[in-house]
Each structure stands twice: as C-alpha cells, then as structure tokens.
Design a protein around this ligand. Structure first.
Ligand SMILES: [Zn+2]
Ligand SMILES: [Zn+2]
Length: 362
C-alpha cells in the first residue's frame, strides 16, 4: 500500500474532501498510472450528488491521462513510462458482450468497493467507475487504458477517454451515420459538441444543434453545426425540419439529461431515422412516446453507452485526427485547476458551461 492524495466524497451533495488515501500496488493484469490530468464530467457530479446511489466514501473521476509508473504480472503491450489515457470501460474480453464486439456493455461485475483504494485508516473506499481518478494515481486493468503519443498534451488526451468517445462514437458506432445524411444533436454541452464534430467528421450533410442557450449554439457552429435551433422555441423540431429542407433527420442524438428532450426526439426524425439516447437522466426518470408512429415509419430508439467504442480501435484514430487538426480537443477545455480547487471546478462546471474543466497535477 502507498499513500496518495485524493478528493473523497463522504456525503452525497457535500463538497469533496482532499485527503490521504491508500492505494494497493497493481495486481495481475493491472497497471499503476500516475495522472497528469483528469477532467470533470457531468457523471462525476451526478454521482457526487447521489443521483445514481452507490457506496460511500468514494473517489470519482474517470476522464484521465498520465504515465504508467508500475505494472503488475501478466501485463502485455504496456511498460513503465508509457503515456496512456485511462477509461472507465473495464471489460473481461470473454463474456457474450465482449466477445460480440461490445466491451462497453461487458457483463462481468466488478466489486469496486474492495478494489485498490482504502481510506487512510484502512476502511473500504469505492474506486468509483473502476477508475477513482480524482487522485494522484490510479490502479486499473490493462484493458481500460490506451497508449497515446508521448508529445500529446495530457489535458487534451484526458478528454478523449469519456466525452469525446461518447459523442463521436455515438455518431459513428451507434447511429452508424453515412456521409451525406442529416443529423440533429440535442444539447451542445461537452458530449453534444463531440457528437457535432463526430457528425462533421463522418461527412454529415447538415448538422442542426438544438440548445436552450444562444451562446452554446454559437460554440456549436465552431464545432461543425450548420444550423442552430433554440430549444426554448415552441415546437423546435419545426425549425429543424426547415433547416433540413422539410425532411427530418436520419439521426437525432440526445446528449442531455432533461426528459422533454427524450420525448421530443422522435419528432425530429425522418422516416427510417434513428434516435440515439446518450444523456444520463437520473435513475427512475421516465419518458413516453407513441409506439405506433415509430412502427409505422420504421424509426428506431437506441441507447448508446460511451459511444459503443472499442477503445483500442477507436481512441488511436481519434488521437490521429486531433494531431491532424480534424478533431478539436484543446478548444473543449474551459479551465485548468489544481486538485485542491476541485470543488470550485465542479461549481464552475455546474453553471452549465459548454466545455470541460480539467484538474492538472503538478
Ligand atoms: Zn464521463
Ligand atoms: Zn465482458
């Protein structure tokens, strides 16, 4: 066991506490990554507020990048000194989902409460989302990490591990958008901007961003939206139809947690279109829709977790696109903070800013 500094949640809704915790050395198939950067995701905030329950105390944080500083037995293809991104996608590789090419919905359960973290006095501490990255170091399974170029900024790299793969992956893997198709993206926040740039990269004909905020619609255009529609308009899908030349979208991606967005999503669709559910409403929230309409015109509703990515396949091409100037990452960062400032960084994220706050370790 070694002692590291982490931001710990002891009570849902209360500020995180910076304290010393214990981290076990990497076991079989595991690596220790000393973090350079971890971004704050809305999922971290939802967990810390108790939206989805879970064990306390806990360490959240799951959009991270750093350098491998120790490897356990049986680690292949990684060595001390490698720069990596760390994701929450822990997969066994052999269950029906993994074997079927969908590791993001791995069916093996992992007990993160008896994972590598303990409190300073040796009590159970949840390694939330199998990462626990609001900390100086993490110990994770080798299947959760992907190597990145040494010269890539870790703050930009950290964003790839959640928000970017979720948005871009939802377009490419879940909606399976073809070049020339039309897209509507509801919500121009962290994930929405990535769905927008994913649609641009995939060759979408027209990309309509829908958001409550005119400022976010302006940013959406910088990421590739061709049109913006204010969600506060009455029947906003009518404005989207107009932008799309009177036809609906081939894919609508819902990147927010608000239930009206889920209920309205099918209204934006063309015949045969697909609505992809990406946002994470609170547990228990329900949406209603009219099944006969979906059946009559062949429309689909699909849930997509983490962009249905296969990280070893999808992260390297996203890194290449970033280095070629085709995927915006630096532009997604709104602020850099120290671990000690994490509660301020979280408060800033909660003000609804479109972009990401990143904790940078000194
Ligand atoms: Zn996330
Ligand atoms: Zn599995």
């Amino acid at each position: 066991m070694q002692t590291i500094k982490a931001a710990v949640c002891h009570e849902f809704g209360a500020p995180l506490v910076i304290e010393q915790v214990q981290l076990a050395p990497p076991g079989m198939g595991e690596v220790e990554v000393t973090l350079d950067a971890v971004a704050i995701c809305h999922s971290d905030i939802s967990y810390a507020e108790g939206a989805w329950g879970g064990h306390l105390p806990a360490v959240y944080g799951h959009e991270a990048a750093g350098v491998i500083t120790s490897t356990g037995s049986g680690v292949q293809g990684f060595a001390v000194g490698d720069s990596v991104v760390v994701t929450l996608i822990r997969s066994c590789g052999t269950c029906p989902s993994c074997a079927g090419g969908r590791p993001v919905i791995c069916e093996t359960l992992y007990d993160t409460v008896s994972g590598p973290l303990k409190t300073a006095d040796g009590k159970p501490l949840d390694q939330a989302m199998a990462c626990g990255a609001f900390a100086e170091k993490v110990v994770v399974d080798q299947r959760q990490i992907v190597k990145i170029p040494e010269d890539m900024g870790k703050d930009a790299a950290a964003l790839v591990s959640c928000g970017v793969i979720t948005g871009v992956g939802a377009v490419v893997n879940a909606a399976q958008l073809r070049a020339g198709q039309d897209v509507v993206v509801i919500g121009a926040g962290g994930v929405g901007l990535n769905a927008i740039q994913g649609a641009r990269i995939a060759g979408a004909r027209r990309i309509v961003a829908v958001d409550m905020s005119p400022e976010k619609l302006a940013i959406a255009k910088e990421f590739g939206a061709t049109h913006g529609v204010l969600a506060t308009e009455e029947k906003p899908w009518k404005a989207a139809f107009k932008a799309l030349g009177g036809r609906g979208a081939d894919a609508v991606l819902i990147t927010v947690g608000a239930i009206p967005a889920y209920e309205q999503a099918p209204r934006y669709l063309a015949r045969g279109g697909k609505a992809v559910l990406i946002g994470m409403p609170h547990s228990g929230a329900k949406a209603s829709y009219e099944p006969v309409v979906l059946a009559a015109v062949g429309q689909g509703l699909i849930g997509s977790k983490m962009g249905d990515v296969v990280i070893q396949r999808d992260i390297p091409w996203m890194v290449d696109l970033y280095q070629q100037g085709r995927l915006k990452l630096d532009e997604l960062i709104s602020g850099r903070w120290t671990l000690e400032q994490i509660n301020e960084a979280i408060a800033d994220t909660k003000t609804g800013s479109a972009k990401r706050n990143v904790i940078v370790f000194g």
